[in-house]
Design a protein around this ligand. Structure first.
Ligand SMILES: C=C1C[C@]23C[C@@]1(O)CC[C@H]2[C@@]12CC[C@H](O)[C@@](C)(C(=O)O1)[C@H]2[C@@H]3C(=O)O
Ligand code: AKG
Ligand code: FE2
Length: 348
């Protein structure tokens, strides 16, 4: 059931205390699918409790990643630079974005995980099996959520989203972000990398390009999401739950009805933070276009059809904070006012 939980943790001047929707997946009852769809429309974001991913699966992969990040820099660099896959430190993507973090970015498929495991760990088989078990569990969770969404949106084919992720050719990713303990700079130092007076940004504002993101972090705060009215909300950490974020591709397929949520992670000055983020993406040749049920004379298509491969090309040519879906908008027609709080930065 969706229950907005109180969120007293306010981290920015431009935030407000609002409830973040929470979905208990063990509650199988009427209205669950509709409430989940509503959370994706209103917030593009919700928390999932009782998700069914075994605790040992999560703690095993978390242990492997902790061990990796505690290695000396030269050993981590042996994995290869993260453009697009591998180990990255401070540089995000190929276009000059930076953050207060290091990370491992992997293709979420067994053979890629196995390849990388040889440079990542002294026990490659242990590493591969921990990561692959996690990926399998989280993919199953993503598919369950997507099927509920299909039901909640009353689609003729309720599995239209989940099929893209369960396809053997899916292009899903796993990213593990490590935000090391970073003491606050002294007050006379310039305000580089900060939101106005509110702390340093670990991973800058953006939306995720894929269909659905499932994020889990340790018990250290940092994640913030942007509401429709532009207010930023600090998300209280909960290592026993997952957070779900709507991605750009799902916004396009639902013709803007579901909202790809803008979010960021702040650097924490007290404790190191680690997040494990699964990005559920379709095969490269999948066509992404507004579904017929999402289009009507009152709601004409906002986006032209594109393949996931086309979209990836565009996103790697842009900066982290850019609104890449704008490139695929159908021009010269009256646009419904969806997601109008996310200002395009393409002209910057
Ligand atoms: C600056 C970039 C990093 C990114 C690729 C991009 O050119 C624009 C989108 C970025 C993003 C954000 C969400 C995910 O963390 C990510 C893996 C993705 O799919 O899109 C990253 C990309 C990346 O780090 O390679
Ligand atoms: O670390 C986090 O909580 C957010 C990371 C994120 O948004 C991403 O990796 O795309
Ligand atoms: Fe993200």
């Amino acid at each position: 059931m969706v229950v907005p939980s109180p969120n007293p943790a306010i981290r920015s001047r431009k935030t407000q205390a609002v409830g973040i929707p929470s979905v208990d997946l063990s509650f199988v009852g009427p209205g669950l699918a509709e409430q989940l769809a509503r959370a994706c429309e209103d917030y593009g974001f919700f928390k999932v409790t009782n998700h069914g991913v075994p605790r040992e699966v999560v703690s095993r992969v978390e242990g492997e990643m902790k061990a990796f990040f505690s290695r000396p820099a030269f050993e981590k660099q042996r994995v290869g630079l993260a453009f697009p896959f591998g180990y990255g430190c401070k540089n995000i993507g190929p276009n000059g974005d930076t953050g207060e973090l290091e990370y491992l970015l992997l293709r979420a498929d067994p053979s890629s995980v196995s390849d990388v495991s040889r440079t990542v760990s002294d026990d490659p088989d242990g590493f591969s099996s921990a990561v692959n078990n996690y990926i399998d569990e989280v993919r199953e969770l993503v598919c369950e959520i997507l099927d509920l969404l299909g039901e909640g949106l009353r689609l003729l084919d309720e599995s239209v989203f989940s099929r893209l992720i369960s396809d053997v050719q899916n292009d899903s990713l796993l990213r593990i972000n490590h935000y090391p303990f970073a003491p606050k700079p002294s007050s006379h130092r310039p305000d580089h990398g900060r939101t106005r007076g509110e702390g340093r940004v670990g991973f800058g504002e953006h939306s995720d390009p894929q269909i659905l993101t499932v994020l889990r972090s340790n018990d250290v705060e940092g994640l913030q999401v942007c509401l429709r009215d532009g207010l930023w909300v600090a998300v209280p950490p909960d290592p026993n739950s997952f957070y779900v974020l709507v991605g750009d591709a799902l916004q396009a397929m639902t013709n803007g009805r579901l909202r790809s949520v803008r979010h960021r992670a702040m650097a924490n000055s007290h404790k190191p933070r680690m997040s494990m983020v699964y990005f559920g993406a379709p095969p490269l040749n999948s066509s992404i276009s507004p579904l017929p049920e999402m289009v009507s004379p009152q709601n004409p298509p906002i986006y032209r059809p594109f393949t996931w491969g086309d979209f990836k090309k565009a996103l790697y040519s842009l900066r982290l904070g850019d609104c890449r879906l704008d490139l695929f908008k159908i021009l010269n027609q009256q646009q419904p006012t969806t997601n109008d709080d996310t200002k395009s930065t393409l002209d910057d």
